[in-house]
Write a protein that binds this ligand. Sequence first.
Ligand SMILES: Nc1ncnc2c1ncn2[C@@H]1O[C@H](COP(=O)(O)OP(=O)(O)OP(=O)(O)O)[C@@H](O)[C@H]1O
Ligand SMILES: [Mg+2]
Ligand SMILES: [Zn+2]
Length: 617
Amino acid sequence: MSYISFYRKWRPQSFSEIIGQEHVVQTLRNSVLKNRISHSYIFCGPRGTGKTSMARIFAKALNCVNGPTSDPCNKCNNCTSISAGTNVDVIEIDAASNRGIDDIRDLREKVKYLPVILRKKVYIIDEAHQITSAASNAFLKVLEEPPEHVVFIMATTEPHEVIPTIMSRCQRFDFEPLKLDKIKARLSDIASSEGININESAINLIAKYADGSLRDADGILEQLSSFGDSKITVDNITSLLGIIDQEMLFEFTNILIEKNTNQGLLFIKRLMESGLNLKIFVTELLEHLYNLYVIKSYENPLDIIDVNEDAKGKYFNQSSLFNIDEIEMYLDIFSELLKQVKWGEGAKTFFKTAVIKAINSSVINETNINSRFKKIDSELNELKQMLKESTNVNNECLKEKDAGMLITNNKDLQQKTVKNSGTGRKSSIEKESSEASRDNLALQPEKAINAEEIEKFLRSNYDKLTALVKKKSISLEAVFKEATDFNIKGNNTIYFYLSEKKKFHKDHLNKVKNATVIQESLKEITGRNMKVVFDFEEDNNNTEIKDNDNIITEKKNAKMHADNFEEEATSNDDIIEPEKNTVKEQKKPNEVKGNKTSAENDIYDYIETKFGKKIIK
Ligand SMILES: Nc1ncnc2c1ncn2[C@@H]1O[C@H](COP(=O)(O)OP(=O)(O)OP(=O)(O)O)[C@@H](O)[C@H]1O
Ligand SMILES: [Mg+2]
Ligand SMILES: [Zn+2]
């Protein structure tokens, strides 16, 4: 006898064999008993929960020679041919590959013909959400006036993607993911009738990986059983199924961080050759990314996630190389992939595509793009300044000396330009230049406004500062809010203070990238470039901060929002004029493309080369 895979061998053949989905079973049975059959049904629910099986059983219930009956006999020719998938009147269509307008026109033609053998012609349309919108309209016409002899059963894992007009014409049933104990019971059943020797904890582990899908559970058990007669243990599962070695996850994530396409392609090749189960790899990868996400976002991540002692340092290290938007983007890409990789089916292409997409994508969300624009803006200004200076020098040279110097200067300039437009992501160059510009800013001569006046002004406008930071980055503002006080030292450095319990927040804020956002916001509000430092509060009652010039004593935890400082607020114009050329309107890339001023186009091109080939918003 030829080998039949578990999921076919164990496909439920009657309503009573369906596990779970009780409400669906009951309603369908009743409708047959009461002869209230609708023309179109839609079965919605996650993969491997019984939609196709249920559709076939329903087709048998309608067409069993002893029926219509809620208990098809499974013996008559009608039942057996439907079960075998050979009955001409039960037509299964995979909308993933027959989704176009021509396919649907064809269907419309054929729907008219009476069934050859059965009472009802049954169309089972899988992946119904894949029908194109053009085809949907044609299909809708069929659904509006279905011939008496036809029943449509659609199935979909993505009900929200089904065109609403189609959805509303169908009787909808929602299939639930199977509960863990039901999956375990089912696995035990199959194991005992197939003579598979497996212990309880191994069954547990399989059930966990099946994640609500009985198809997956059957598939894993089958894969394991083909390895021989000996007892299946948890160890077997981890090695045979290739539950992924943590090293591989770190390695793969590093490839993403480095955006290393070469290594990425090699990794794909290795993974394919190793025979590891792709679905499990993707599941584990998502878990890994989630851990990194938690470490990045929470003060005490280890309260939330469970990472083993050895891996702890590595996790923290790796998470510091990411920004949170990137992790979110990878979570998106790979959870989308997880939906596509069905158990044991052609997952390789999906996998390769997703990996390439992940490597080549850069996050540029609105917050990001705004702050990057500003950074680029200032780099561009720097370049312009250099150009101007160099032209001046060159003019001098031309006037006074020989032309040789011109070449030298331009060369220098070119080198600087090339350096600044390098494509290295998060490169040291980028850090350098932003650090350099901070230092430059700090060194710039300031207007004759003293630190006290700025402080006073800032206290009464503190809410503007937080609002501006929030506009630039919601997540940063959430952390920035933890600062309880500030003061300006030596005219040009502003210290923000946080409680000693907020070490995570303090370190986060001190990162160049974040401090720069605060610095830029401060500049927009006060007109002053100040170096920004986050520090711990110095003692519990009064904060006495020694400074080169003066000693400032502040009541600790003095609230800094404007409403608390109204008395102190002076009219804006007698103190500080915010800079006139502050970028107020935040630009989006497409807007920039539209207004083709050359400087803006330069910025746009610069972003494209600097931050990757593809921009995801
Ligand atoms: N509710 C269930 N009861 C019993 N077996 C099930 C059930 N759901 C799934 N199975 C098992 O999984 C296999 C596949 O189920 P089926 O094709 O009906 O799922 P599906 O919901 O159509 O999945 P997909 O969305 O992936 O097409 C069945 O052959 C059976 O072995
Ligand atoms: Mg199906
Ligand atoms: Zn029958």
